[in-house]
Design a protein around this ligand. Structure first.
Ligand code: GDP
Ligand code: MN
Length: 397
């Protein structure tokens, strides 16, 4: 589950990670109130108005603005709330901004220049350990740093059994070129950050930039936090952080119906039981010259209701030119699935205007094929995997 910056920061803060403080607003009036309150609480003279969407690169897209007066806060909030913000990480049409974070200005002048670093915590699947990735080249696109100057990106592997050790925190602060108070504060920062990552069951923390302020404090200016859905049951209070407005509406509907559905860009919809079979069916579609329009695993109980929901969801995608149903009847008998398909088709009246290819294999496959062939519906039944592939090719051409 992806979080907004302001939600991620709240979690960081709850584990003792220092953050750029702020308040979230849904309209410019709230934004102005927030700015005034924030000044009382933090003493800040300037504010940063930051668009809250599930995508990075907001600054370059015009979604992060420095406000030097309350009038600026009002102006920028009006401008940003409701806009379609386009960044390299959004779809081409951009993403609608529903909220802004009014944050304190932390780039104030002082005894030294503020410095930006990059830091993330994630799992290294190759070693089965967590790792802290960090770089002196913060504030910019880390992918291009990795591309052009890979030697400026460091990683520190953390044994999950011991957690981050003091010498590791010191090594990180040293490699970032810090000394004195900032060095000490960085060791605290990274230690708390690692604890927050483990404690919140996150799968990714990406803080870009981590800032050294002009008075040598280390804090998180930005926060990309991805939580592990499989661990959400342990964090009931995090569940409400889900923002459905940021998610694909078809996926939201499918997931609510208990279907494992991922929207893709292609033209052949597929309905399959079992994730492995779904993956190989997607390969098959690609080999036949098509592109899968989705990943859909209807699970073990492919009854009429689930099949119908599956069809309805696939048909919401206007790019779909054909549907391939590929179901293995192990526990669920093929004839029951076939009946489900026939019933669903009939229930849907004339909603289905594209060819449907059905391959049912396993228990009672023969009966299932007969059932479909005799139904008089515009459904093509095939037996072999290759036949299914050929048929996909044929209906697309
Ligand atoms: P992103 O563009 O989506 O990654 O958003 P960030 O939260 O990283 O902010 C983008 C940029 O805005 C930062 O790299 C800073 O240069 C700038 N910025 C963020 N906070 C402040 C602030 O408090 N004061 C000033 N002057 N600039 C800020
Ligand atoms: Mn950033």
């Amino acid at each position: 589950m992806n979080l907004h910056e302001y939600q991620g920061k709240k979690i960081l803060n709850s584990f003792g990670v220092r953050i750029q403080r702020g308040k979230v607003a849904s309209n410019y009036k709230e934004a102005v109130e927030d700015a005034k309150l924030l000044s009382k609480e933090t003493g800040t003279q300037w504010w940063v108005v930051k668009a809250q969407i599930h995508a990075g690169g907001r600054g370059k897209g015009g979604g992060v603005k420095l406000a030097k007066s309350i009038e600026d806060v009002e102006k920028y909030s009006k401008e940003i709330i409701g806009m379609m913000l386009k960044t390299p990480q959004t779809p081409p049409q951009g993403k609608k901004v529903n909220q802004v974070l009014i944050a304190e200005d932390v780039y104030y002048p002082g005894e030294s220049e503020p410095e930006e670093y990059y830091m993330s915590v994630l799992m290294n699947r190759a070693t089965g350990r967590n790792m802290v990735m960090y770089s002196t080249e913060g504030g910019m696109d880390i992918e291009s740093v990795a591309d052009k100057t890979p030697h400026l990106i460091f990683t520190e592997e953390i044994d999950p059994a011991t957690g981050i050790l003091p010498f590791q925190a010191r090594k990180i602060a040293f490699n970032l070129g810090l000394s004195g108070a900032a060095f000490k504060d960085m060791t605290k920062f990274v230690t708390a950050l690692y604890k927050a990552y483990v404690g919140s069951d996150a799968s990714l923390f990406e803080i870009n930039p981590v800032l050294k302020t002009s008075d040598n404090k280390i804090l998180a200016v930005d926060a990309k936090v991805v939580l592990d859905n499989n661990a959400l049951y342990r964090h009931k209070d995090y569940m409400e952080l889900r923002d459905l407005r940021e998610e694909n509406p078809i996926e939201v509907e499918a997931n609510a119906a208990g279907l494992n559905y991922v929207d893709l860009d292609g033209n052949v919809g597929c309905m399959v039981n079992g994730a492995g079979l779904a993956m190989s069916t997607m390969d098959l579609i690609k080999q036949s010259g098509g592109e899968p329009a989705n990943f859909l695993d209807v699970g073990g109980t492919a009854d009429a209701e689930r099949v119908e929901t599956g069809f309805r969801i696939i048909l919401k995608d206007p790019n779909v030119k054909a549907i391939l149903v590929n179901i293995f009847g192990g526990i669920v008998r093929c004839d029951r699935v076939a009946q489900g398909i026939v019933d669903a088709y009939k229930n849907m009246g004339d909603a289905i205007k594209i060819p449907i290819i059905v391959r049912l294999q396993g228990t009672n496959a023969k009966e299932a094929k007969e059932l479909i062939d005799k139904s008089g519906l515009d459904v093509i039944s095939v037996v072999e995997f290759q036949e299914a592939a050929d048929m996909v090719q044929k209906v697309l051409s």
